[in-house]
Design a protein. Structure first.
Length: 267
């Protein structure tokens, strides 16, 4: 059975774990190795169950510990060529990924990693490059979209195909506009290469979901410009306006910013 844990989701650090009985992959590693090790141990798991590392983009909250994890566990790191270069340039990544452990991927090109079939796809964001991942394993489809300024037609097709979806609901627009951020930062977040608002997230789900979608997790919430309950209520309200009832048509949950979620079984 495919299982899922989030070990952190937000500007303090992002890290997601998908695993089967015999295989496991990490998506982003922006939390500390000690935090990851303890989180795994609390669920009776260990670092030895991680066999692959996928990186979405080269911002520090997604890659801070990638070199250390790769080096300590001799794990291959999969990212686009541009993201690998961005990791090399990022001063927050103290240990870089060994050249022998770098694997270059391309958006739109599907590849196989053990139990997993992985398709990266382009996501607009103001990093060097950014991809989401559509992952299939044991008859289940899982999609993750984080740090997205907007949802493109190319991204939408993977939402349509997903049974399980992790998608960004970064901010409430009014909280952001009225909040303490400087104008240039507000403008950046609201741009097409910034972050998805709660309302935009709800629209993206409602307009593109199929009857196959079972569960949605809202990720990468801003600490300053959002609140978990506000994000959930906004997305739920948008879905309801399209005739989608949370709790009946799909399940909706907000991922914790700095704490593990527990284990979800994806059937």
């Amino acid at each position: 059975m495919l299982k899922f844990i989030s070990f952190g989701s937000g500007s303090s650090g992002n890290c997601y774990f998908l695993y089967t009985e015999h295989d496991g992959l990490i998506i982003d590693i922006g939390v500390g190795i000690r935090t990851l090790r303890k989180g795994l141990r609390d669920y009776g798991l260990s670092l030895t169950q991680i066999h692959h590392v996928l990186i979405t983009h080269d911002h520090a909250d997604h890659i801070k510990s990638v070199g250390t994890l790769s080096y300590d566990c001799m794990l291959p790191v999969y990212a686009t060529a541009v993201v690998h270069k961005g990791i090399d340039r990022n001063y927050c990544v103290q240990r870089k990924v060994n050249v022998d452990l770098r694997r270059v991927i391309e958006a739109g090109t599907t590849f196989t990693l053990g139990d997993f079939t992985v398709t990266p796809f382009s996501v607009p964001h103001d990093s060097s490059d950014n991809v989401g991942y559509f992952i299939e394993a044991e008859g289940v489809s899982f999609c993750i979209i984080t740090d997205a300024g907007m949802v493109t037609d190319g991204m939408a097709q993977f939402i349509t195909r997903a049974n399980y979806l992790v998608i960004e609901a970064n901010h409430d627009i009014e909280m952001l506009k009225q909040g303490p951020y400087p104008y240039h930062l507000k403008t950046r977040i609201l741009s097409g290469t910034g972050h998805l608002s709660n309302a935009a997230c709800g629209e993206a789900i409602a307009k593109n979901m199929s009857e196959k979608l079972k569960y949605v997790w809202l990720c990468h919430l801003s600490e300053e410009n959002n609140h978990p309950e506000l994000a959930r209520k906004t997305v739920e309200s948008v879905l309801r306006s399209y005739g989608v009832v949370v709790g009946k048509d799909l399940q909706l949950e907000v991922l914790k910013r700095t704490k593990p979620t527990g284990i979800y079984e994806l059937k």
